[in-house]
Design a protein around this ligand. Structure first.
Ligand code: 5AD
Length: 348
């Protein structure tokens, strides 16, 4: 206990300290870690939790990431693509639920041309005055800049693993350097940057997780999502073990201690592995939840991993669950856009 208290006081947390803290097992020590992260979260954000409404606009993807259930090679999955009109309708539903951020997430689907997305961004901005987060994958700088100029506020692109070899192994048709080129370009284009990684990936060591945390510290993103890996039966990783909820919570708490005022969601993947772990996430450093507003007939098809929490219920009932969980955590829904608390990214 004494040792953990001393470790938690280290500023900045060193690689060794992070490793030790990730290996905590003792109940009292765990409580101390989560409580320290929660106290810092409350000091920065109060008890307010920001909601971001997510729309999974297409499950069509040109990539073949080993862990992902909507990878191009998955056959037998019904593919869908939402038309701009349907997307705008769903944005309206999110706005009506009192949420001021919409996240447009998709497989890497070239049908959505830069021009189409630009028009969609402009339509959302004029009609609904929402903050817009894009999560559409890897694009050239010129495309990121074009969408930023059209009004998109934030871009979410996880680095998934900061370990070059592990990244390359899991993403056979992606390139590690290209991923980091994109992260730099997103920032250079003037977005609030969201990134993050998965815990419990097959082949991932605790040392690698610590380096993932240090990579986040260096990147200083405006938001960081950390979720456990969940094996999907129709992927090459079907037989791998799932990530561990408790370990994910520890990583989340450490991310809070390192990143300070970065927005940290408690992820749907975590809730999927363990019901009500969202409440635990809100006690371990998280200050954001991303409710899913994808229309029901499509939602069940956006199977990046199986049995996704909320994918078998309506957005309305999922929102009810989330509201109850926020209340159970002793927190409340914070209104407003929930923009980054960090200095605006330098435009160059
Ligand atoms: N298990 C857990 N998370 C996954 N993601 C994709 N596939 C899986 C999986 N099988 C996460 C990735 C991606 C985000 C949209 O979902 O981190 O960035």
């Amino acid at each position: 206990m004494q040792e953990i208290t001393t470790l938690l006081r280290q500023e900045p947390l060193t690689e060794n300290a992070l490793l030790r803290l990730l290996e905590i097992r003792d109940e009292k020590d765990l409580e101390l870690l989560f409580d320290t992260a929660d106290r810092l979260t409350r000091r920065i954000f109060g008890r307010g939790v920001y909601l971001r409404g997510i729309i999974e606009i297409s499950n069509i993807c040109r990539r073949n990431c080993d862990y992902c259930g909507i990878r191009a090679a998955t056959s037998g999955l019904i593919r869908y693509r939402m038309q701009p009109e349907a997307i705008l309708q769903t944005v309206k539903t999110i706005r009506k639920a009192g949420i001021r951020t919409v996240v447009l997430q998709s497989g890497e689907d070239p049908w959505y041309t830069p021009e189409l997305i630009e028009n969609l961004i402009r339509a959302i901005k004029t009609k609904h005055r929402m903050a817009i987060t894009l999560s559409l994958g890897e694009y050239p700088f010129a495309v990121y800049r074009r969408w930023r100029e059209a009004g998109a506020d934030r871009y979410l692109l996880k680095f998934e693993s900061s370990d070059r070899d592990l990244y390359q192994k899991l993403h056979p048709d992606c390139d590690f350097d290209e991923r980091w080129r994109c992260l730099r370009d997103i920032r250079r284009a003037g977005y609030q940057l969201g990134s993050g990684f998965m815990t419990g990936l097959p082949g991932q060591s605790t040392e690698m997780l610590v380096r993932d945390l240090l990579a986040l510290a260096k990147l200083e993103p405006d938001m960081a999502g950390i979720g456990p890996f969940i094996p999907h039966p129709d992927t090459p990783l079907c037989n791998a073990a799932a990530g561990n909820p408790l370990q994910t919570l520890k990583v989340l708490a450490l991310a809070r201690l390192i990143l300070k005022n970065t927005h940290l969601p408690t992820t749907t993947a975590l809730e999927t592995l363990e019901h009500d772990s969202r409440i635990r996430g809100l006690h371990a450093g998280a200050n954001v939840i991303m409710p899913n507003f994808t229309p029901e007939n499509f939602k069940r098809l956006y199977t990046i991993y199986p049995h996704k929490a909320g994918s078998d219920s309506s957005a309305e009932s999922a929102m009810k669950t989330i509201k109850a969980q926020i209340r159970a955590a002793g927190k409340y829904i914070r209104k407003g856009y929930g923009h980054s608390l960090k200095e605006p990214a330098a435009k160059s």
